[in-house]
Design a protein around this ligand. Structure first.
Ligand SMILES: [Zn+2]
Length: 363
């Protein structure tokens, strides 16, 4: 243990040693270890939050290094959650960091959130954000929402109403403290055609630093303090004009909100498993097993060896199939995780992806 490592933080009015002890006892769920997830995790681990659970389904790619601050060149090809855990352990060995290499989806979401005190959003899509929002309302946990694309970023610290809380929260948010949930602010998932993504529009890395800083500032204060001083605000930052625009969302709760108004958890109780999804910024399809299936990657590597070029790496098998070509005539890539998830690279056609999986890996 490094003596006094939190000295500059315990000097702060409202934190002190008592607040530091609260942080040490706290647990935060970070969904997605992309640019936002890396930055928030870095802040929370340095601040001494005692337990962090990270979940991410992807591996580190060269284009991530511009903004995903926990990764270095040597991490390319490693699952992001694992690479992040290694870096966070090097930063602060007092913090227990749990890395989950999986897709955050309804079938596994509830177990991932157990024992956590707060949720941090490091996601790139609204479909999964609605799942996080369902967890936030269902478990009565605050949700540090953020998003960044292009030169703009948005953040809000959402404290859901306890009206439809189904699980006992570790720290209860009262009706008086509560505000809108994400669905009160965004009732339906914005259409993919209308939503720029970091893939289509790019993203300026310092914008992520601004909005992830807002997320972490809210989380640290909420977890360190016994009373909750944080206002209900949605903040937008535009790096081109260097302006911050804030909206008071204190009265933005909607009685007719499906989630916090009517207690319908559509994302959480939606169709689970065996789903094909495209991943933002990647020319690939992810295929999930109906239930987690431990895969013997070594045996699979031997079986696929005559049909392509494969490399067995820690946690995954990665390579390309010489007998399957993509539209540009290059071999189709394949990544198989030890939990049975599969990435088919070089296609965004889910029927083709399923056919390739069935042919080479079995149905
Ligand atoms: Zn709501």
């Amino acid at each position: 243990m490094i003596v006094n490592r939190y000295h500059r933080q315990t000097l702060l009015e409202g934190i002190g040693q008592e607040g530091q002890d609260r942080l040490q006892a706290a647990s935060v769920f970070i969904a997605g270890v992309g640019a936002l997830g890396c930055a928030v995790a870095d802040h929370l681990v340095r601040a001494g939050v005692g337990h962090i659970r990270l979940v991410d389904r992807d591996v580190v790619e060269p284009t991530n290094l511009q903004r995903q601050s926990l990764f270095a060149e040597d991490d390319i090809g490693l699952p992001k959650a694992i690479a992040a855990k290694q870096r966070l352990f090097a930063i602060n060995k007092e913090v227990r960091v749990e890395a989950v290499v999986d897709d955050l989806r309804p079938a596994v979401a509830t177990t991932m959130i157990e024992d956590c005190d707060a949720i941090a959003d490091g996601l790139d899509n609204f479909e999964t954000r609605f799942l996080l929002n369902d967890l936030s309302v269902n478990f009565g946990l605050p949700y540090a929402y953020a998003g960044a694309v292009g030169y703009e970023g948005t953040a809000a610290f959402l404290k859901p109403s306890p009206k439809h809380r189904k699980h006992l929260a570790t720290r209860e948010i009262s009706e008086a403290e509560s505000g809108p949930c994400l669905r009160c602010l965004v009732p339906e998932s914005p259409s993919d055609d209308l939503t720029p993504t970091c893939d289509s529009a790019g993203v300026l890395a310092p914008v992520i630093a601004v909005v992830s800083g807002l997320q972490a500032a809210a989380l640290i204060q909420y977890l360190a303090q016994s009373n909750d001083p944080l206002p209900h605000l949605l903040t937008r930052f535009d790096a081109r004009t260097m302006r911050m625009h804030q909206i008071n969302i204190g009265n933005a709760r909607r009685e007719d909100c499906a989630t916090c108004g009517h207690g319908k958890f559509e994302a959480l109780h939606g169709a689970a498993g065996n789903k094909a999804t495209t991943i933002c910024g990647r020319d690939l399809i992810q295929l999930l097993p109906a239930s987690p299936q431990p895969t013997n990657l070594e045996a699979l590597a031997n079986r696929l060896a005559p049909h392509g070029d494969f490399e067995l790496q820690p946690f995954l098998l990665r390579g390309s199939l010489t007998e399957e070509l993509d539209q540009t005539g290059n071999p189709v890539g394949l990544t198989v995780f030890s939990d049975g998830r599969v990435f088919i690279h070089g296609t965004v056609d889910d029927r083709r992806a399923r056919a390739i999986k069935n042919r080479w890996l079995g149905g």
